[in-house]
Design a binder for this molecule. Structure first.
Ligand code: PNW
Length: 472
């Protein structure tokens, strides 16, 4: 390869972190090894009809046994950082009480392997795999789960905190609350708007208590963060009714998280919009002070924008968002129609629209001045194809990444303090309710042989990392 010139500026800010992301249940496998107990996703994936083809994470990408090979792959691609999640049921199998040394040992080995290759570990404490024992006690409807989470955070930080510089409490609590308790397409598969809001608040409480627990254990230099899948909400038109639809969804998707975490209060309009669903009595005195403990950065996951319009009274929308047959995840009758953005679709059916990422980043620059941002997930599912030589081609993923990295570059140039980018995902993996039918990896996994093959997108990304530039 041509030597990289260091005398000319790159496209991205100095010190920009180039990474890739995964999550424990989606890649580890070894579901019954090393003292791990079942999580709500083991239970859910075993419930007929919940996951496509009856797929489970029992084996997944077998990362638990192949982590050395996977870290070697990351090093070959030149990754500066690796975002992964810790499995609570590995580290604290009963969901409370004693730590499981064998579980901690696995992450110990993984972290040491990363550090030996010069890759910075970025750990997420909770990427949806709640110990089933805690679900049996009420799961996220039980306030006590938030306190159990803080205990688990303490255990993890005590053992790994000397070597992991960046910690994230929760990944996408919107999905845990509203897909887990609203539409029911994620574990634990419940369908109650009131429960979704209860779970939402207890997840935020867990975040706040978790931040406190982490700060008490970690060195002062450690970074503590939260990852949200904020919606890039775009009204269909500037008609007042469409703008109001956008306000409602912005409230239920974004401000319902950002206001408590960064301002210490729930938005008044969201409380009003959900008044028929709940009286919010689950919010106790002192909770918002806990939830709004300062954090060092915000992680955002972005895939596609959310285009909304006022419901048409002539043609009222059913309680659905275009996901045929699914209940709405929204916790109130929103009176909103969800429309697809223009543009091509990924294999998930999600429209490709990189401007949404630019819009989201600049909005956060304006609303939360000075807060460092990380794109903790961005990427796309596509069917890839291999040629007779065994090479795996994924031109649509390359185009998707190019467009979205350009949006990050533009945002940084326009003053957004965006400090890094984590591609979702390093490996093809268990895509939740879609099982193994959707491939998000830049590295192909043959789930029969567990053979890894970097796709064209991986080579493309490695070159972007090496040069700090997008190809012209
Ligand atoms: C995120 N939605 O999930 C997760 O953090 C990853 O684990 C996942 O593999 C990735 O995005 C791709 O799906 C989401 O329906 C799942 O709005 C569903 C939604 C959003 C994010």
């Amino acid at each position: 390869p041509a030597p990289v010139r260091t005398d000319v500026p790159t496209d991205f800010p100095v010190g920009f972190v180039w990474g890739a992301a995964t999550a424990a249940y989606q890649i580890e496998g070894a579901a019954a090894e090393g003292g791990r107990t079942p999580s709500i996703w083991d239970t859910f994936s075993r419930t007929p009809g919940k996951v496509r083809n009856g797929d489970t994470g029992d084996i997944a990408a077998d990362h638990y046994h192949r982590y050395r090979e996977d870290v070697a792959l990351m090093a070959e691609l030149g990754l500066g950082a690796y975002r992964f999640s810790l499995a609570w049921p590995r580290i604290q199998p009963a969901g409370s009480g004693p730590a499981n040394e064998a579980g901690l040992d696995f992450y110990d080995r993984l972290v040491d392997e990363l550090l030996a290759k010069g890759i910075t570990p970025v750990a997420t404490l909770y990427h949806w795999d709640l110990p089933q024992t805690l679900e049996d006690a009420g799961g996220w409807l039980n306030r006590d789960t938030a306190y159990r989470f803080a205990e688990y955070a303490t255990i993890a930080a005590r053992r790994l905190g000397d070597r992991i510089p960046t910690w994230t409490t929760l990944n996408e609590p919107w999905c845990s609350a509203f897909l887990g308790y609203g539409s029911g397409v994620h574990a634990p598969g419940r369908t109650s708007p009131a429960e979704a809001l209860t779970a939402h608040h207890h997840l935020l409480l867990a975040h706040g208590l978790g931040v406190g627990a982490l700060r008490a254990e970690l060195p002062a230099t450690a970074q503590v963060s939260l990852t949200l899948n904020l919606a890039a909400v775009r009204p269909l038109s500037t008609e007042p009714a469409d703008l109001d639809a956008a306000r409602r969804i912005d409230g239920l998707a974004n401000r319902i998280f950002l206001d408590p975490v960064f301002r210490g209060s729930y938005p008044a309009d969201v409380l009003a919009d959900t008044a028929e669903v709940t009286d919010w009595a689950f919010v106790h005195d002192g909770d918002l002070a806990e939830i709004s403990r300062p954090i060092d950065s915000l992680g955002i996951n972005y895939y596609t924008p959310t285009v909304v319009a006022a419901d048409d009274p002539e043609h009222p929308a059913p309680r659905q968002d275009g996901h045929a047959g699914e209940l709405s995840p929204w916790p109130a009758d929103t009176g909103v129609r969800f429309l697809p953005a223009e543009g091509s679709r990924t294999a998930m059916g999600w429209p490709v629209d990189a401007d949404g990422l630019y819009e989201l980043l600049t909005r956060l620059r304006d609303d939360l001045p000075g807060l460092p941002l990380l794109v903790t997930e961005n990427g796309a599912a596509y069917d890839d194809y291999s040629d007779p030589s065994g090479a795996v081609h994924d031109p649509e993923r390359v185009a998707y990444l190019h467009g979205h990295l350009d949006a990050v570059r533009r945002a940084a140039a326009d003053g957004v303090p965006v400090r890094g980018y984590f591609l979702w995902s390093l490996l093809d993996n268990f895509e939740w309710a879609y099982g193994y039918s959707k491939r998000f990896g830049m590295v192909h996994v043959d789930f029969a042989s567990q053979r890894r093959t970097p796709k064209d997108s991986a080579r493309w990304y490695a070159e972007v990392i090496r040069t700090g530039r997008l190809p012209r």
